[in-house]
Design a binder for this molecule. Structure first.
Ligand SMILES: Nc1ncnc2c1ncn2[C@@H]1O[C@H](COP(=O)(O)OP(=O)(O)OP(=O)(O)O)[C@@H](O)[C@H]1O
Ligand code: SF4
Ligand SMILES: [Mg+2]
Length: 362
């Protein structure tokens, strides 16, 4: 029995297992870190899925659980990649195989071969003492029985594909000899060397200048087209997700606030938090008075998560729900085909706010 079935809290697991077409299916995932200050509920009942060849954008403020979700999918919470070992429950299905209950060896085998991750911080993913080439060669040889020479040749080809100039020379550089953008590319090369069917890109373009950003996004798109991979793109930059994502997951305090096709979530967002996030997006085409209001305040503590809807202390509409915003955790519900939100606002009230306050400013 899965731990989630016995836990007294959280949402019921609705869809057990992966549905046809779902390459990745995450069901009621919880990742909780015991700390001296209390239990940090970094991910607290998250459900989403992804098909092959598609890109899911995950957005949400800092600390909403985006990286912890990715590390859990990759099984990296078990390897010391996170500061402490979390309690994890729920289900993660990858191509029909459940990973939470799989052995660490089995997940390690899938990592690199079937799934790979571009980390938020390239330096944390690379060893300072080994050359870039050796690290890519190692990643390749774990999953392919080839000679060192053949692997090196392949590593050089891959560095070339990610746009590293003079790859036959740069392959022997150490990470510190690469600029930030080059390291990012080298990490992408390392992540893609085994043609992963699932690629998780965690802020792949943070701290890069706009031109390099665009090149890296093009690169991920090209490689996705070529290998038909499923991609999860995590970013603070709503402009980036608008450009690359098919579907969008908006996270707040370790849960999904809104989920749907990227087109719907951008053109007809329905959750008050998403309205605020879109209000935080820089807009050249509107003056300040004509824009959505950005989210006020700061993200909540994940040790003392606010009761009811975790967003209620910051939500301008919390008082419209007769107290339920403060006391009842909202479950995800459909507001359109494949479009779900976790919010207590009645449909008529939401429609009124949408027409009067949101749509004219989108
Ligand atoms: N090992 C750990 N022990 C305790 N708390 C942790 C641990 N790892 C992550 N957290 C906490 O879990 C929460 C979610 O972190 P996570 O890194 O997933 O956020 P994020 O959405 O990726 O944010 P950012 O946009 O800043 O990258 C944060 O509050 C973080 O401090
Ligand atoms: S449930 Fe209430 S507090 Fe939460 S987003 Fe909806 S209106 Fe706001
Ligand atoms: Mg992160």
């Amino acid at each position: 029995m899965n731990a989630a079935d016995t836990e007294p809290y959280g949402a019921p697991v609705l869809n057990k297992g992966a549905a046809p077409g779902e390459f990745l299916a995450v069901r009621d995932l919880k990742v909780h870190f015991p700390t001296d200050d209390g239990l940090v509920k970094s991910v607290d009942g998250l459900t989403f899925s992804l098909e092959k060849g598609k890109t899911l954008g995950i957005v949400g403020e800092s600390g909403s659980g985006k990286s912890v979700t990715s590390l859990a999918v990759m099984g990296l919470h078990r390897t010391g990649h996170t500061r402490s070992k979390p309690q994890i429950s729920g289900e993660i299905w990858l191509d029909g195989q459940e990973l939470v209950s799989s052995s660490p060896e089995e997940v390690r085998r899938l990592r690199g071969q079937k799934m790979a991750m571009i980390f938020q911080d390239p330096l944390s993913a690379m060893h300072p003492y080994y050359t870039i080439g050796n690290q890519i060669v190692e990643a390749y040889r774990i999953h392919n029985k080839v000679t060192k020479q053949a692997a090196r040749k392949h590593a050089i080809e891959m560095l070339d594909r990610v746009g590293i100039p003079q790859p036959d020379k740069r392959v022997d550089n150490h990470p510190h000899q690469f600029s930030g953008g080059m390291r990012q590319r080298a990490m992408i090369a390392m992540a893609l060397i085994n043609n992963p069917e699932l690629l998780i890109a965690d802020e792949p373009t943070t701290a890069l200048d706009v031109t390099v950003q665009a090149q890296i996004l093009d690169l991920i798109r090209d490689l996705q087209k070529e290998f038909g991979s499923a991609v999860i793109m995590i970013t603070h930059d709503l402009g980036v997700v608008a450009e690359v994502a098919d579907d969008l997951l908006v996270m707040y305090a370790g849960r999904a606030a809104e989920r749907g096709s990227a087109e719907k979530v951008f053109t007809e967002p329905q959750h008050p938090y998403t309205w605020g996030l879109l209000g935080s997006m820089p807009r050249m085409d509107r003056d300040r008075t004509d824009r959505l209001n950005p989210v006020k305040g700061t993200p909540p503590s994940l040790i003392n998560v606010p009761s009811g809807c975790a967003f209620h202390p910051r939500c301008p509409y919390a008082e419209l729900n007769g107290g339920s915003s403060e006391t009842v955790v909202p479950e995800l519900r459909e507001v359109g085909a494949g479009h779900v939100i976790a919010c207590h606002l009645a449909d008529t009230e939401r429609a009124r706010i949408w027409t009067e306050e949101i749509e004219p400013k989108l």
